[in-house]
Unconditional design. Structure first.
Length: 335
């Protein structure tokens, strides 16, 4: 059992399982669904639910509906990751030579699952998500369906033809919309049955942080994407400008948090996020320098580099954001 738990820890922190370790069923599906990035979705959902009980005007929060919304978000994220891997492979993007197959096992290329099996898994996960959607739509109305359909559109057509948002420099804005206004506001609406304007604004800081993770990943893949004609935002802007943009976005998170506290939309406890400023300085320095020319020792997701630093900042700061909202739920302090 200890070995299995160690497998899960390694997969969830590195999206890899070391050679020599025996693959267990849970680790296999954690790899197939790319569960290592689920913390960002959990954080968005948690923020949406906590804003209901930690906002300037506390409203009734339905715990069951919140739990179902959070589960639905995780299932949707899992389906999205599998859909992206399927369409990138069938569309000729993913290969053993492309970055996706180098930093972590690709579900199909690594032999974890067949194409048919992946399609079946996508269908099953979406069916479970649909069941949750039907129930929540019955109790909360058509607005829930609108949130779900918008998220599904961006998720599917992120890489699927004919839209291919990722290929047109629209993947990064799409991620900001999904992990901010759609996930956070959607969870708040499901939990409370309402959606005040201040919640929409409060969804933006974390949306920005999640977007920096994707931009970092696309900076890492810029040369490979250029060769394949995939015009991600870093390909359009160039690596240096994209890195500067990421630095601006990271700083803007803290500026927005401060503004939301000063205007009374968020309680002062969310200023706990400023404990991440030392890590911010570290990450800003990383984005000011070229990527190492060779793989650092014991580094698990090479050739990716910038994405790991952006993810560390996002995961840590997002956790502090959630902790601040929790504190404000129990002991509210507003300016």
């Amino acid at each position: 059992m200890a070995t299995v738990l160690e497998n899960w820890r390694e997969v969830l922190t590195t999206q890899n399982l070391s050679q020599g370790r025996q693959m267990d069923l849970v680790s296999k599906w954690l790899l197939i669904t790319r569960a290592s990035v689920f913390p960002m979705t959990l954080t968005s959902g948690a923020i949406g639910g906590l804003l209901a009980v930690a906002g300037p005007n506390r409203v009734h929060a339905n715990g069951l509906f919140f739990t179902l919304a959070l589960l639905g978000l995780i299932l949707a994220h899992a389906a999205n990751n599998m859909i992206n891997d399927y369409f990138d492979l069938t569309g000729g993007v993913d290969s053993a030579e492309y970055v996706r197959g180098q930093y972590a096992p690709h579900p199909i290329l690594s032999g974890l699952i067949s194409k048919t099996g992946l399609v079946a898994a996508i269908a099953l996960v979406n069916a479970l998500d649909l069941a949750i959607l039907v129930y929540l739509a019955r109790v909360r109305g058509w607005v829930v369906v609108a949130f779900a359909l918008l998220g599904l559109f961006i998720s599917v057509f992120y890489v699927a033809p004919p839209v291919k948002l990722k290929h047109r420099g629209l993947g990064e804005p799409g991620v900001a919309v999904v992990w901010g206004p759609l996930m956070i506001c959607g969870t708040y609406f499901v939990t409370t049955g309402s959606l005040p304007a201040w919640v929409v604004v409060a969804s933006l800081p974390y949306a920005i942080l999640v977007t920096t993770v994707l931009i970092g990943k696309h900076i890492d893949k810029i040369e490979a994407d250029e060769r394949l004609g995939i015009r991600t935002l870093p390909v359009i802007l160039g690596a240096e400008r994209a890195a500067f943009l990421n630095q601006v976005l990271m700083v803007s998170f803290f500026v927005l948090i401060l503004c939301l506290v000063l205007v009374g939309s968020l309680g002062v406890w969310v200023l706990l996020t400023f404990a991440a400023l030392p890590r911010l300085r570290q990450v800003l320095r990383v984005f000011s320098q070229p990527r190492p020319s060779t793989r650092p020792a014991d580094y698990p997701i090479w050739p990716l580099w910038f994405v790991a630093w952006a993810f560390r900042l996002t995961r840590f700061t997002g956790g502090l954001f959630v902790l601040g909202l929790l504190a404000n739920a129990f002991y509210p302090i507003f300016l």
